[in-house]
Design a protein around this ligand. Sequence first.
Ligand code: AR6
Length: 180
Amino acid sequence: MTTKPTIKLVQGDITEQHADAIVNAANSSLLGGGGVDGAIHRKGGPEILDACRDLRASQYGRGLPTGQAVATTAGRLHADHVIHTVGPVWTEEEDRSELLVSCYRESLRVAAELGAHSVVFPAISTGIYGWPMDDGARLALRTVHEEARLPVAEVRFVLFDEGAYDCFELALAELERPSS
Ligand code: AR6
């Protein structure tokens, strides 16, 4: 029998959360940006950026590829680790869903390697990268439901506004509805 994690939804600012690992919607440079990324670096302090610079100077000289994930310290955040992942930019020209699924899957894999019990995610790619929230919510929840394994026992999605929260609530209800 596989143990599924508890999935929770919260409306708020991800940088206020207490967890073993907080996932950052980063970009390939790993050197900061706007949205969640900017907020995490501002609140977490320079230790996170130093760790990102070290990663760029070692195994990620060309940056972190889209769909992959890597961990650093969480600096002053209420967490042990920040897991940086790079979501795909939304386009109508091409289906990039697998890359978004990969962000969640790889972040969970890294979290499990770190021994994290609780992991907090933002709605990756749904801000500056333009992914439609309803589709982003469905992909996020389905992937976490299918992929999360112990030691990850709790996955929390932190949604910035009411519209995002409502999309996730609907997608979670669909996921948990017993199939007839
Ligand atoms: N807490 C929780 N959610 C937030 C917060 C916050 N503090 N701030 C924004 N969101 P985004 P992306 C929501 O743009 O689309 C950066 O410049 C936001 O409303 O942070 O993956 C990076 O460096 C949206 O629903 O990430 C990249 O260049 C979701 O978090 C690029 O943006 C993701 O929005 C990544 O774009």
